[in-house]
Design a protein around this ligand. Sequence first.
Ligand code: NAD
Length: 243
Amino acid sequence: MNKIEQLKEIVEKSNNIVFFGGAGVSTESGIPDFRSSNGIFSKSYNRNIMPEEIVSHTYFENYPEDFFDFYVNKMIFKNAKPNAAHIAISRLEKEGKIKAVVTQNIDGLHQMAGSKNVYELHGSIYRNYCEKCGRFYSLDDMLERFYKDKVPKCDCGGTIKPDVVLYEEPLPNDTITGAINFIAHADTLIIGGTSLVVYPAAGFISYFRGKNLVVINMSETAADRNADLVINQKIGEVFEQIK
Ligand code: NAD
């Protein structure tokens, strides 16, 4: 039996699947990941600062103009559309197979594909709040103010901060609890498109106690050695075959 057939059989026999994913799930939608050879982290940005440093809380506080320049130009892909992986994952949720999607992505593509129970560990580009008065801004409203002033400002004078988890910032508690709860009770965990090096998110997979651990990733991950099935192919192409 080839690997795709093995995956099909696992999906067929499972009724409580959790999908845990990262930036690699969206590369086939045209959004670069961080750590592939042509990912965002492969190029130093300006003044030899690594992108990892730019998307940190310290950088956001100290150099907001540079932060927003990088964030808007390198991390927001408004025209990206869900690919075959997002679409298949949403379909498997409708069929009652997938119970939750736990994602490190901030691009909203799982919801755009129709997934309902999505735990966004690192937030979403679609939510933005004034740091001072808490007013909500949509992505378009935030962008309008960014293009006007370089650092988007609320009417009250506060900076509008994207609701994304920057390096050095904690993950939202209710999201952590919900995600771990689903992972801990799943019969199958499918890990896909993630280098599994960003913590604490990557640590959540250790709560899995179920039967089948599947990894679908272009490159090697730390989860491979415990996995029942490892597929080193593009995740969209893999899910396209899981009909
Ligand atoms: P990462 O960049 O560290 O790793 C991506 C992994 O996906 C790599 O191991 C790569 O080999 C694999 N990959 C790339 N394309 C693939 C494909 N088509 N099929 C299968 N595998 C593929 O990403 P990460 O582990 O998610 O961690 C990076 C952090 O970056 C996350 O915290 C996330 O918040 C953020 N991020 C998000 C987006 C997004 O929202 N789309 C984009 C870039 C970064």
